[in-house]
Design a protein around this ligand. Structure first.
Ligand code: GLU
Length: 256
């Protein structure tokens, strides 16, 4: 099984940008175990800007581009330091891969990226991908890691993409304001009605929200890759997610 696991900022950090050590360590443990069981895993991790903000002692998430880029430069090395430290304890080797949208658009660069990922996986390494935020201004102002992880999943022909977030999945209404909202466990096709459910929701610390997750689902499922939205606060969800069990919302990839 080849799985891409996207970890959102809200899963890794507290609202103040500090690392949520318990959540982070629990998550890494499950990912290490999935690798031990023989799965090929690629992580797409957010969190660089939030960790950089915290390390630089900034009181608020930066809003101007140069400050975001500076925070990302500081936070990305901090992020990899944490991943390296925890995964080393389970004898797994992490590999930092920073890309921009162009790496997934230009045919030659796309092939280079896919070849590098194949080689890393064949060497048993754990690729940890993020947008190269320090140079990618377009990413910081318009794009997000939900979309990035979907493009990665399609490019490496993954079987499944799991988006870990601070919400259990896609709901029939906004669960924060509507008590009758129920979790949708399977989406066979991303219809305009499903897209409408996403609204424009954005969590406090990352750049994503449900709209970007539905966008990611469209990219993935069109290429035949399944996608799951699950709550990153419960890392055991990953076991059922990759077995297409009950973990959140499963978007079924098209038969192509
Ligand atoms: N690349 C950004 C970061 O590492 C996060 C982007 C996102 O949350 O979608 O901070």
């Amino acid at each position: 099984m080849r799985a891409v696991i996207k970890i959102g900022t809200s899963t890794l950090t507290y609202l103040n940008g500090n690392l949520n050590v318990r959540a982070f360590e629990n998550l890494c443990k499950v990912i290490a175990d999935l690798k031990n069981a023989g799965n090929e895993v690629i992580v797409v991790s957010s969190g660089a800007i939030a960790l950089g903000k915290s390390k630089l002692g900034l009181t608020e998430r930066p809003s101007d581009i140069p400050s975001k880029q500076a925070a990302a430069a500081v936070g990305q090395s901090e992020l990899m330091c944490f991943y390296d430290r925890i995964f080393s304890g389970y004898h797994h080797t992490v590999a930092q891969v920073l890309i921009t949208a162009e790496d997934l658009e230009n045919e030659q660069r796309k092939t280079n990226f896919a070849n590098t990922l194949e080689r890393l996986l064949s060497l048993g390494a754990l690729p940890v991908i993020n947008e190269n935020d320090t140079v990618a201004t377009a990413e910081i102002s318009v794009s997000d890691n939900d979309t990035l992880s979907a493009l990665v999943a399609v490019n490496v022909k993954a079987d499944i993409l799991v988006l870990l977030s601070d919400i259990d999945g896609l709901y029939s209404a906004d669960p924060h304001s509507d008590k009758s909202a129920r979790l949708i466990s399977v989406v066979e096709t991303v219809t305009p009605e499903i897209e409408k459910l996403a609204g424009g929701s954005v969590s406090g610390v990352g750049t994503g929200g449900m709209a970007t997750k539905i966008h990611a689902a469209k990219i993935c499922t069109a290429a035949g890759c399944d996608m799951v939205i699950a709550n990153g606060a419960k890392p055991e969800n990953l076991y059922s997610a990759i077995n297409r069990g009950n973990a959140g919302t499963l978007f079924k990839g098209k038969n192509i």
